[in-house]
Design a protein around this ligand. Structure first.
Ligand SMILES: [Ca+2]
Ligand SMILES: [Ca+2]
Length: 202
């Protein structure tokens, strides 16, 4: 008993302290090695929203959280990663703080056409927010609740074609049907295709 609790006590204590200190040193080293890097926002909270690196490219596309095509007061987003029916496309845009697109001038249509072509999706169909679901034949933009003020229908459209299952065409898509440019067509809202969202500044 004296061996442990007699004159050897100081040396036992000393050894324990040395072991403990070494263990702590290892823990300190380990915690430094595996600490996650701090978020940028934590480092520079004031610079987080300044978008210092979101320069426009030749098309006027802003790249920050999402690539957006600038067109006057609007910004457009191309939904090209999955196809969705008109309602789901609407939901996607709204979830991200946008609307399905509206087009109010030839200039906007031309800019979108160029953007779609340059993005490699010139043969695809794209939903807009145009619809005559509320009243057959009276199209308006869900994006702003207004009737169409500019139209760019393809020849023979809108034709409200009736399918075998009884569904008619009530949603407005953009489609370069016969190389005459990105014209408009009414299409069944249940069809799944790409879509265009817009950000409005008004
Ligand atoms: Ca219709
Ligand atoms: Ca049609």
């Amino acid at each position: 008993m004296n061996f442990f609790f007699g004159k050897n006590i100081p040396s036992v204590l000393l050894m324990s302290l040395v072991i403990l200190a070494n263990a702590q040193r290892r823990d300190v080293g380990r915690s430094k090695k595996y600490s996650p890097p701090p978020f940028e926002a934590d480092l520079e909270p004031s610079g987080y929203n300044q978008c210092s690196s979101c320069n426009d490219d030749d098309l006027g596309v802003t790249r920050w959280t999402m690539p957006l095509l600038k067109s006057g007061e609007k910004k457009y987003y191309l939904g090209i990663f999955f196809k969705a029916n008109w309602f789901k496309a609407q939901q996607y845009c709204r979830f991200h703080g946008m609307h399905l697109a509206s087009i109010s001038s030839q200039q906007e249509n031309d800019k979108l056409e160029q953007y779609v072509k340059d993005s490699g999706f010139g043969r695809e169909h794209f939903w807009t927010s145009g619809t005559d679901l509320a009243e057959e034949g009276s199209f308006f933009w869900m994006a702003n609740g207004r009737p169409l003020t500019f139209v760019n229908w393809n020849a023979g459209e809108p034709n409200n074609f009736r399918y075998e299952n009884g569904e008619e065409e009530n949603c407005l898509e953009l489609w370069n049907r016969d190389d005459k440019g990105l014209k408009w067509n009414d299409s069944p809202c249940s069809f799944e295709t790409f879509f265009i969202c817009e950000v409005r500044s008004d």
